[in-house]
Every structure is written in C-alpha cells, then in structure tokens.
Design a protein around this ligand. Structure first.
Ligand SMILES: Cc1ncc(COP(=O)(O)O)c(C=O)c1O
Length: 347
C-alpha cells in the first residue's frame, strides 16, 4: 500500500470492515524485524503503534498550517478548523457533543486538573471513592484533595482471586454518599472490565458524580458516554493509534460551571475553559486522524459513528480469538501463572 492509498481500498469482510492484511499494511512499525524475525508488540500499557495516516496528519499540520488559534490569517483559520474537526471526531468516538471534549497533555494531567477544580468546592466531611483496581492516574489526583482540601478518600477493595472489584465493598463505600466515584472501565494491569454502566447508576443513586478512566478501555470497546451515564471520562489517544494527547469528556453543564484554574484571557465557555495554555495542535490533529483512520476501515458505513461501531465490533471479534489462543497457550507453559479474569469471556 502506498501512502496515498487508504484502507477503504482494501478487501472487506462480511461486516464491511477491512481485512487484517490491509490494516497491517497501514502500520510501518509492523515491518520491523528483531534478529531476523517479525515482531509483535505486547506492551499494551505502552500504547498502540501508529498508522501512516495519523503521522501524515501530524506532519501536514506542522508543515502547512502551523499557527496559534483564533486569528484571521490563513494558517490560524486552518488551525481552528483542524482543531474543530478533531473535536468532532473525538465527540463521535465517545458519543458526546464537540463542546464536551477538551484536550490536554495526557489523561493524568487532565485528571489532576479536573480534580483540583472539583475539589475547590469540597472540604472536610466530603468523601471521594476510588478503587484498588484503578491506575494511579485515577487515584492520586483524588488523593491529592485529602491534603489540599481535607476530604476523605475511600478505596474500594479488589477480590484478588477474581481480579475484580469487591461489589459489597463498593456498596459500603457508596453508602457514605460520596461526592464522586472515580472508576476505571478497564484495568491495564489485569485486563478486568468493570460494568461501568451499572456501577455509574448505583453511584448516581447515591448522589455521586462519576469520573471514568477509559484509557485502557477505549482501544477495545466503543465508548458511549451517554449509555455509560458518566459525568466525566478521560482517555488517551496514544492508546488508540494516535499521538500522545489526552482527551477529556465532560457533561456540558458540569464543564460550564466548574471552578477550573484558568488564565483571565482564556475562554470562559467549555471546552476552551478546560484547556490550559497552548495545546499540542499537531497531536490533536493526529488524534482526530486516528478516529478517522478507524472509521475508514468500514468504508461503506453511513456515518462516522456507524463506521466506528462496525469496526470496533469486528476488531473485537478478531481480537477475542487471538486473545483466547494466547491465554490458553500461556496456561499450558509450566511455571506460568495467569492473573485476572480471562478477558475474552466478558468483552
Ligand atoms: C488504565 C490507565 N489509566 C490511566 C493511564 C494514564 O494515562 P496517561 O498516560 O495518558 O496519563 C494509563 C496509562 O497507561 C492507563 O493504562
């Protein structure tokens, strides 16, 4: 495949999704050899490899449109359009509205930012619930409020033998009527997928806001913030074939009212009020291109969201088979211990 060809030109399966070989050809990293052998990249937490189309979007921005935002000269107008386009693409990925999408350095930075903003309204007597199954990035920003605001942070236990959250302990934590539940959709350590939709409903009934860490989940399942019923959700484009850029979804009315640390001249409206300083424009262009790349794998779909639905379904189905084979193969190796639930059973 040359750089001008798109996966849309590829052979598609019965769902209309590009076949594996066509997708592989989009990733120069898959041509790598190590000691003469082809490589497989198993470092899931390290992120995904990047297709040519994403790299081209990044270089095209830097070579031809590089400017700051909101001026009347051509490259600035083009920058605004590229950033708006990327926001629209990420909104489609998460089933949100474009003005509910804020960009930032990474998920960790965005989470510290949002936690600090929310924490300005909380103090002693207020509780935040985190979990032992979560990545530090969805625990430490909330723990920082213990020191800064005097709130109490309660951690929900994990059942180590199952690699899942202890449901009874979660109920006990929600009975404290916390201000917020910080929960991960998928664990990057064990692969455990938590039923965020159900947990979010329980949290709402307890009067809590719900912040979802979808960093490890977003590459594997199509996020739907409306269906999940969350107030805030963060993910990272480098986990779904994009550059190192963080993405935050926030319910519009919540973002509009947040007492967010910001400079006086920065926009007052969401999502701009969440975005501190000059953003990584080229990275944001690449994040949008990553969504478009995924959508391009289902060339006949009627909309970008419909394409993403078809693609995530198909990639899942294909991945599930590979994962089961890997799991069973590792299980058969003497001395190897597998931790966590066999994830293909609950994808
Ligand atoms: C589940 C999970 N949450 C949060 C993070 C942190 O994301 P970022 O690197 O964008 O700060 C990671 C990174 O590996 C992760 O796997």
């Amino acid at each position: 495949m040359t750089t001008n060809e798109t996966p849309a030109a590829a052979v598609v399966d019965e769902r209309g999704v590009a076949d594996v070989q066509a997708i592989r050809r989009c990733f120069p990293a898959l041509e790598r050899r190590h000691e003469g052998l082809p490589v497989a990249y198993f470092d899931g937490p390290g992120g995904t490899q990047v297709p040519r189309a994403v790299v081209e979007a990044v270089t095209d921005y830097l070579l031809h449109h590089n400017a700051n935002t909101h001026w009347a000269f051509p490259t600035s107008v083009e920058t605004d359009a590229i950033l708006d386009g990327a926001r629209g693409a990420l909104a489609d990925l998460l089933n949100a509205a474009p003005d509910e999408i804020a960009f930032g350095a990474n998920m960790t930075t965005l989470t510290f930012h949002v936690a600090r903003a929310l924490g300005r309204g909380w103090g002693p007597g207020d509780t935040i619930v985190v979990t032992e199954l979560d990545h530090h990035a969805n625990v430490d920003p909330w723990r920082a409020l213990e020191r800064e605001r005097g709130v109490t942070v309660r951690a929900v236990a994990v059942r180590p033998e199952a690699g899942r959250l202890d449901e009874d302990d979660l109920e006990r934590a929600l009975a404290l009527r916390p201000k917020l539940l910080a929960i991960g959709a998928a664990s990057n350590a064990l692969g455990t997928i938590t039923d965020v939709r159900r947990v979010a409903q329980r949290a709402r009934e307890a009067g809590a806001l719900v912040f979802v860490d979808a960093v490890h989940y977003a590459p594997h399942a199509l996020v739907d913030v409306r269906a999940l019923g969350c107030d805030l959700l963060a993910c990272s484009a480098y986990k779904f074939y994009g550059p190192h850029v963080g993405v935050l979804y926030g319910r519009r009315d919540l973002l509009a009212g947040l007492d967010v640390p910001k400079l006086t001249p920065a926009p007052d409206e969401p999502p701009g009020r969440l975005e501190t300083g000059t953003q990584c424009h080229e990275g944001i262009a690449g994040a949008g291109a990553a969504v478009d790349f995924l959508a391009s794998l289902a060339p006949g779909a009627p909309s970008r969201r419909a394409a993403l639905e078809a693609v995530f379904d198909a990639l899942h189905e294909r991945g599930r088979g590979l994962l089961e084979r890997l799991w069973r193969g590792l299980e058969a190796v003497p001395g190897v211990t597998l931790h966590g639930p066999p994830v293909w059973t609950h994808l």
